[in-house]
Design a protein around this ligand. Structure first.
Ligand SMILES: [Cu+2]
Length: 164
């Protein structure tokens, strides 16, 4: 993708300008985040403000992959701390976004299945790991959380948040 190469080239140039040495031959170019990423579902929360905690269990079994719960309702302006627990045997993700953005992102993930997520609105969890996301639902609408590791969404790893 020419855009990514351009950004990577820019970052490399920036690193060099910042005085990083190439002598080791191990200069690491920072991974380029998903291009055009927006927070359709609201914005990162403020830990100093009140929040409600919702635990979301991610798991897998023979022919099934699920989130529990898979339907969540919140009020506009409410902050939710998602406590994510992967109790399955496979890695899973929780990516909170619009349906459209998740669908687009899913196509990217098919090309790059090992894409790591550690964003304000999304985490990738190895088996038996947990993580938290504090989120402010500042807009009404119906949003989606999804696991976009190839095959997982189709197997059932999707859920909705309705913001009223
Ligand atoms: Cu998954």
């Amino acid at each position: 993708m020419p855009v990514r190469l351009t950004i990577a080239g820019f970052l490399l140039a920036a690193s060099l300008a910042a005085g990083l040495s190439m002598q080791s031959g191990m200069v690491s170019v920072p991974a380029v985040a998903h291009t055009g990423h927006t927070f359709a579902a609201g914005e990162p929360g403020d830990p100093k403000k009140p929040f409600r905690t919702i635990e979301v269990i991610m798991t897998d079994g023979p022919g099934t992959m699920t989130y529990t719960p898979d339907k969540i309702e919140v009020r506009k302006g409410e902050q939710i701390k998602f406590v994510l627990k992967n109790t399955g045997d496979l890695a899973h993700e929780f990516l909170l976004d619009s349906f459209e953005a998740n669908a687009k992102h899913k196509i990217e993930m098919q090309k790059n299945p090992d894409m790591e997520h550690d964003d304000p609105n999304g985490k990738r969890l190895e088996p038996k790991k947990s993580a938290e996301i504090l989120w402010l639902f500042s807009k009404t609408g119906t949003f989606e959380f999804a696991c976009l590791i190839p095959g997982h969404y189709e197997t059932g790893m999707k859920g909705t948040v309705v913001v009223k």
